[in-house]
Design a binder for this molecule. Structure first.
Ligand SMILES: *[C@@H]1O[C@H](CO)[C@@H](O)[C@H](O)[C@H]1NC(C)=O
Ligand SMILES: *[C@@H]1O[C@H](CO)[C@@H](O)[C@H](O)[C@H]1NC(C)=O
Ligand SMILES: *[C@@H]1O[C@H](CO)[C@@H](O)[C@H](O)[C@H]1NC(C)=O
Ligand SMILES: *[C@@H]1O[C@H](CO)[C@@H](O)[C@H](O)[C@H]1NC(C)=O
Ligand SMILES: *[C@@H]1O[C@H](CO)[C@@H](O)[C@H](O)[C@H]1NC(C)=O
Ligand SMILES: *[C@@H]1O[C@H](CO)[C@@H](O)[C@H](O)[C@H]1NC(C)=O
Ligand SMILES: *[C@@H]1O[C@H](CO)[C@@H](O)[C@H](O)[C@H]1NC(C)=O
Length: 633
């Protein structure tokens, strides 16, 4: 089932092998049905002094409403961002959910899988009082076959109970600590008082924030599919590998490739193979070259046989290559410049969790500013979000939640294990997406010490062993002469804040110092160089001339100096990701005014003046069509 490298990785870290079970998105087909369990669930926090009453009293053995007072809680959503109760907003510990569902009697002879697309961070799941799965880490789906727990297939409700713990520890990804007052503190505190300290510029959204679903497969089924592509002249080369479970003879597996209008353009058979597509439609990025149609997707259709028990799965994919040549990035052998946006926590506005309307809105904003790429800072986004990147043609830097690895003490072996686990789960989920060009293993980690090198060698080597077909990097906030790990990456991403966190308000220093910085990076490493963050906090509707920090004018003055510098470094620089698309919520801090305000749009998705500035830059950059229509010079 596993390739040699994957087996080796599993040998090193036996506890992550479960991640190599498939994570195919639940899709309907002739052989599969999907039932969403989203909706209004029952909810309560366990604020007992030891945060353990739920386990001591076995809340999972009854309806949650019989254990105490419950409130309605939408799934998906973040429970700590939608009530008026400060105790729930600030709650740390186990939060409990339950709901009931019926199954169609047609499901009696099928394999039934329960899938939770994300729960932050630690989850335990029971069906009809029996524990069916646990998972550590947010933002990634986890699932289990639950047939044996469904005692009442047709004549009674099934109860689904989920306990979710948002406690971050020194070894979770991301890390955090629980801080108690000193035992002998003379300063009074309320009883059992503790706080959670985060090491990230984020609000610690908690709960079940994406879909929960049930789906069926036949008893023998397709567990996983892996696709890699290449291009030779005008022919698309599609390598596929299908992993099945159960009694499915190799020879029964058939594979077809359908184009966008449903015509069969390629066929194969067996559990792995290569299919050639002459004159392939390549997957291109949007807002890049008007001659290319962005986001062209084919469908790989797998059948495990001809009879009624056969499984059928359809996986969308794109044909494209991504390569590094010297200081350049090539998409389908054409030079590519990232007109990027950093996005923090998709659809995070007011704890909506997964929200289709917000996905559409944010993609519309990206299209409107003329972006061709984005970074999923500092967490993996939902699969529904990533589907739009594939379909609309945005290249994605896909990041694990390894944010806050701030000191050598935070780089323990136990953290590394969780970090590898998070990497392998993300790759397992997103490995077939044409939009994903890069695995980002961390944001602003402590990489400027020689002692950090073994940790980052291991996580980068591990990531490469799981997917050699994509680029690997981390978002670096150190200097060209202090970072000790950046030589390991395929392309260098740097976060820069001259004129904001440093040299605050000193706009005249941006161009000379940033240009010097870019030249030094280019000279020292001779790799593609991308600005992964640059931005200034901006309160909408504060105006100042001459500009001062936090005014809309300062954001524009700041950005235009960066843009002029980027233009003067073209050739060495291969892209820019503005920080960031929209304002976002953070934990309470005297450096954040109701959250991080570096967005070019507000949290309500309305533009600041800077949004027009970036839109002009991106739409005119290497886009002669736009300039002809809009008479720009
Ligand atoms: C759950 O929350 C409690 C309270 O914060 C904490 O002590 C415990 O370690 C957490 N357990 C897990 C598995 O996260
Ligand atoms: C990270 O390391 C610092 C420095 O030793 C320490 O103060 C902090 O508690 C650590 N954070 C975590 C989450 O362990
Ligand atoms: C799909 O393939 C058929 C047959 O080759 C062709 O006629 C059709 O134009 C193709 N559709 C697209 C969208 O490429
Ligand atoms: C963009 O345009 C500049 C100036 O015309 C050119 O030097 C550069 O190669 C172009 N870059 C890309 C990625 O097309
Ligand atoms: C981490 O693991 C490495 C290699 O297995 C070992 O040499 C090192 O001592 C471990 N570090 C700690 C702090 O346990
Ligand atoms: C990582 O891979 C490189 C190149 O394959 C190898 O030289 C190095 O020893 C590896 N390091 C670790 C820690 O596995
Ligand atoms: C690119 O970097 C080199 C240093 O390697 C520097 O000499 C050169 O001026 C830079 N080119 C541009 C266009 O910035």
């Amino acid at each position: 089932m596993l390739g040699r490298k994957e087996r080796f990785a599993c040998f090193l870290l036996s506890n992550i092998c479960s991640a190599w079970a498939g994570l195919l998105y639940p899709r309907t087909s002739q052989s599969r049905e999907v039932q969403l369990l989203d909706g209004m669930w029952n909810f309560r926090i366990d604020d007992s002094p030891n945060r353990n009453a739920g386990f001591e009293q076995r809340w999972y053995e009854r309806s949650l409403s019989e254990t105490g007072q419950v409130i309605p809680m939408p799934v998906p959503s973040s429970y700590n961002d939608i009530t008026e109760d400060g105790r729930i907003r600030d709650f740390v510990g186990w939060a409990w959910y339950d709901t009931e569902f019926f199954l169609s009697s047609d499901w009696a002879n099928k394999r039934v899988v329960l899938r939770i697309d994300s729960a932050q961070y630690n989850a335990i799941v029971w069906v009809n009082s029996k524990q069916v799965m646990t998972h550590q880490g947010g933002h990634i789906p986890f699932q289990a076959e639950i047939n044996q727990y469904l005692t009442v297939l047709s004549d009674g409700p099934n109860r689904l109970t989920v306990a979710v713990n948002n406690t971050l520890t020194p070894h979770t990804i991301p890390p955090g600590t629980i801080d108690w007052p000193a035992k002998d503190s003379p300063i009074p505190y309320p009883p059992n008082y503790f706080t959670q300290t985060l090491q990230m510029d984020s609000f610690n959204y908690a709960g079940i924030d994406r879909h929960v679903s049930l789906y069926t497969t036949p008893k023998s089924y397709i567990d996983d599919i892996t696709i890699t592509t290449n291009i030779v002249d005008t022919t698309g080369i599609v390598n596929y590998r299908v992993v099945t479970v159960g009694d499915i003879p190799q020879g029964d597996i058939t594979v077809r490739i359908l184009n966008k209008t449903g015509a069969i353009v390629g066929q194969g058979g067996g559990s792995s193979g290569t299919i050639q597509i002459p004159n392939a439609n390549l997957w291109w990025a949007i807002n890049t070259n008007s001659l290319h149609q962005p986001g062209y997707l084919y469908t790989l259709e797998v059948h495990t046989g001809q009879d009624v028990d056969a499984d059928v799965y359809r996986l969308p994919f794109g044909i494209r290559t991504i390569k590094v040549v010297g200081r350049k990035i090539l998409l389908n052998n054409e030079e590519f410049y990232f007109k990027g946006v950093g996005i923090h926590n998709e659809a995070e506005i007011r704890g909506r969790g997964l929200d289709y309307a917000m996905i559409v809105k944010d993609f519309n904003l990206m299209r409107w500013v003329g972006a061709n790429s984005f970074r999923t800072a500092v967490f993996p986004f939902s699969e529904e979000w990533m589907d739009q990147a594939d379909q609309q043609g945005f290249l994605v830097a896909d990041e694990v939640p390894a944010v806050g690895l701030n000191s050598l003490d935070n780089l323990s072996n136990q953290t590394l294990q969780n970090h590898m686990n998070a990497m392998s789960e993300l790759i397992q989920r997103d490995k077939n997406r044409p939009s994903v060009f890069l695995w980002s293993v961390a944001n602003e980690p402590r990489t400027d010490r020689p002692e950090s090198l073994p940790y980052f060698q291991k996580i980068i080597n591990f990531t490469r062993s799981l997917d050699p077909s994509r680029l690997i990097s981390f978002m670096c906030n150190h200097d060209f002469n202090t970072d000790k790990c950046v030589h390991l990456v395929d392309l260098i991403f740097i976060n820069r804040y001259i004129g904001w966190y440093t040299q605050t308000g000193l706009l005249d220093l941006i161009q000379p110092q940033l240009k010097y910085d870019l030249d030094q990076w280019a000279e020292t490493f001779n790799k593609p160089l991308v600005i992964s963050e640059y931005g200034a906090g901006t309160m909408p509707e504060i105006h100042r001339v001459p500009s001062t920090v936090f005014s809309e004018e300062y954001q524009i003055d700041f950005l235009s100096r960066y843009h002029r510098t980027f233009d003067s470094a073209l050739g060495n620089l291969t892209g820019e990701f503005i920080w960031c698309l929209t304002d976002f919520n953070t934990y309470q801090s005297i450096t954040r005014v109701n959250g991080n305000k570096k967005g070019i749009f507000t949290r309500e998705r309305q533009p600041k003046m800077s949004a027009f500035n970036l839109r002009h830059r991106y739409l005119t950059f290497n886009n002669t069509d736009f300039c002809i229509e809009n008479r720009c010079t």
